[in-house]
Design a protein around this ligand. Structure first.
Ligand code: COI
Length: 357
């Protein structure tokens, strides 16, 4: 796809924030990328314009039936001011997996990566430099037909917005407390659990609110049928270290998001000669490992959260304290290696980094 991206610069640039006080997802840069889809024309009119409100009719389909997808990746500034993206093609490929499930026409992966690079380059002064901060890149697609019948839309908007961010969880790299959800379920095989679509996150809110009320940061989802097998944590995939073997739920269930940080963590662990197994793992097995003293560590992986150690699980009134509630050795090593590669401080032997400028 060879389309020129038209650029219209803002006349009112905003004041950039202090990068030492950034939270997650509250601030947005000066520009955004937009491209339209119309049946018969395909994707067209790619442009970068000043960040601002969209004008959409109240009947716009996305408001009613949620036919939409999104992604999340990050841009990092190195000490010598290079700008790096972490495996952006994986996010754009995953857009097409989500698109297929949501009946949204596919995008051109290489063009979408180019669009993200062009926008990030234009906004490079927004990339924060304090430790642990980055520029979060949020590509998304919404259905835009003004229509109330239930069918796939025939018009869409693909957009990319940027947000300078700090840590996703207030705990940062400190262990989080997780509530094992036994009432609500997130997804079932055949559903939309493997796609990155807003409905999955909307359906998780009730459990998240109740978990926070009970003093937990997030929920750990169990499978939607037997409520027995572990799926994922709120915004992350999850890993357990049982007796030195690293176990993570396999993607075969069809209801788990194929995380890019998850895949990178598996590759990294294998390169260190550590045994990693992707399989079904039940919450009873985790509890038994806790009783046996073989549950050494647990951690979540995700773009927003990076690596988040799990210090405590609460399951059916039982409390499972992991590694004395402290950061485990392996979580810490994975965190420093992945972030080291992302920020250009460690040599990338995997070919994960894409330089923007
Ligand atoms: C990400 O890790 O990028 C995510 O998409 C999580 C997000 C829902 C905050």
């Amino acid at each position: 796809m060879s389309l020129n991206i038209r650029i219209e610069k803002t006349k009112n640039p905003k004041t950039k924030p202090d990068s030492n006080n950034l939270k997650f997802g509250e601030l947005f840069t000066d520009h955004m990328f937009i491209m339209d889809y119309t049946e018969g024309m395909g994707w067209h009119d790619p442009r970068i314009v000043p960040y601002g409100p969209l004008e959409l009719e109240p009947s716009t389909m996305v408001f009613h039936y949620g036919q939409a997808i999104f992604e999340g990746l990050k841009a990092y500034k190195t000490k010598d001011k290079k700008i790096l993206l972490f495996r952006p093609e994986k996010n754009m490929e995953r857009i097409n997996i989500s698109n297929d499930r949501l009946c949204i026409p596919p995008i051109d992966v290489d063009f979408a990566v180019e669009a993200a690079k062009t926008l990030v380059n234009l906004e490079k002064d927004w990339i924060p430099e304090a430790e642990g901060t980055s520029l979060y890149v949020r590509p998304f697609i919404i259905s835009t037909d003004p229509y109330l019948g239930v069918r796939p839309s025939i018009t869409y908007k693909f957009m990319i917005i940027l947000s300078p961010v700090g840590a996703y969880y207030k705990e940062g790299i400190n262990p989080v407390k997780i509530y094992v959800e036994t009432n609500y379920v997130r997804a079932v095989k055949g559903g939309i659990g493997y796609s990155k679509t807003p409905g999955n996150y909307a359906s998780s809110l009730k459990a998240q609110v109740e978990a926070i009320e009970k003093g937990y940061t997030q929920v750990l989802w169990l499978d939607g049928v037997e409520k027995k097998y572990i799926e994922e944590v709120g915004t992350m995939n999850v890993f357990f270290n049982i007796n030195g073997e690293i176990i993570t739920p396999s993607l075969e269930s069809g209801s788990i998001l194929a995380g890019i940080t998850r895949a990178s963590t598996i590759e990294l662990l294998k390169s260190w000669g550590i045994k990693v197994t992707e399989r079904k793992i039940s919450i009873d097995e985790i509890y038994q490992a806790h009783l046996d003293g073989t549950l050494i560590e647990a951690f979540g992986t995700g773009t927003a959260a990076v690596i988040s150690p799990v210090g405590e699980l609460s399951w059916n009134e039982k409390t499972i304290i992991i590694n004395n509630g402290e950061i485990g050795e392996l979580s810490s090593k994975i965190y420093s290696t992945i972030t080291g590669i992302q920020y250009g401080n460690i040599c990338d032997n995997f070919g994960w980094i894409v330089e923007v400028s």
